[in-house]
Ligand binder design. Structure first.
Ligand SMILES: C[S@@+](CC[C@H](N)C(=O)[O-])C[C@H]1O[C@@H](n2cnc3c(N)ncnc32)[C@H](O)[C@@H]1O
Length: 279
């Protein structure tokens, strides 16, 4: 973790993950992650409805594909990406500079507590970057305060695992017969905003109104071929090998390879696009 990052103590674990090994992996594989989500890119931008003069905040911007898309659309405004991962932000800055996007900027911060200027943004967007807050009401309240009255929040989040074949297939394969990890439904993680009832309660308590959900399903692409997809997914979910002995690890890795070889590199996925307005 870099020393300049100020995080809320409740987010310390997420910060050490994202501003550590995991963020490093995402930074090194930025293209592959962007390609995995490519089916969502255009519909998500359409939902964001960014106008030329907008000030846009991208929460959990990672390596910044959405921030760059936002900056291009906000040609007379600007886009600010915020993220916990220094390594991912380095990639984001390099890519924005390489594209000459002078209206894109990035800040290394915890969106839950960062002192954003009040009422400064027209739109806050996030592509799978808002599910990791330890205190989501506090985090969304902070984001709400950064939006002008009438400003919009547009987030892409995962629906529950049952609709996400990619997640179930890979984690079942790597579990190698062990029970799957079962985090509490409200624990920070990819599925923490999967339940619309919970999201309505969280966003309502944070000061948002007009909360709407649009379901969306797309195939996700994990690599050119089975070998590439195996390497990529193993890097992403390799933490699931923790606690297995050598034989168990070999079996889990082989299971994953067999699953991908049998299935191919495209997997079903399901998301919500959640829209809300600052009252
Ligand atoms: C699944 S990645 C998505 C990255 C990017 N939005 C994309 O679509 O490629 C989640 C991102 O959220 C960031 N994140 C998690 N908690 C955060 C927090 N409290 N404040 C800022 N960023 C956070 C992580 O560092 C990570 O880059």
């Amino acid at each position: 973790m870099t020393s300049t990052l100020q995080v809320d103590p409740s987010n310390a674990e997420q910060a050490s993950t994202w501003d550590g090994k995991e963020g490093g992996y995402w930074a090194e594989h930025a293209d592959q992650f962007d390609l995995a989500l490519r089916g969502y890119r255009t519909p998500f931008l359409a939902a964001a409805g960014i106008a030329a003069g907008d000030q846009v905040l991208d929460i959990g911007c990672g390596t910044g594909e959405t921030t760059r898309d936002a900056a291009r659309r906000a040609s007379r405004g600007r886009a600010l990406g915020v993220d916990l991962s220094d390594a991912m932000l380095r990639v984001a800055r390099q890519r924005a500079a390489a594209e000459g996007l002078h209206n894109a900027a990035f800040v290394h911060a915890d969106a839950q507590v960062h002192p954003f200027p009040a009422a400064a943004f027209d739109v806050a967007v996030s592509r799978t970057g808002t599910m990791f807050f330890a205190d989501p009401v506090a985090a969304f309240r902070n984001i709400c305060g950064a939006l002008r009255p009438g400003g919009r929040l547009v987030q892409l989040v995962w629906q529950p695992p049952a609709g996400n074949e990619w997640f179930l297939s890979f984690t079942n394969a790597l579990a190698a017969g062990r029970p799957l990890p079962a985090p509490a439904p409200d624990a920070p993680g990819p599925f923490s905003l999967a339940d619309p009832e919970r999201v309505r309660a969280v966003l309502g308590a944070a000061g948002f109104t007009g909360i709407q959900f649009e379901p969306h399903s797309e195939a996700m692409w994990f690599g050119e071929d089975a070998d590439g997809a195996h390497r990529f997914t193993l890097g992403l979910l390799g933490w699931m090998l923790d606690g297995l002995d050598d034989e168990g690890q070999r079996r889990a890795v082989d299971n994953l390879r067999a699953t991908i070889t049998a299935h191919g590199v495209l997997y079903a996925s399901a998301t919500w696009t959640i829209m809300a307005t600052r009252s």
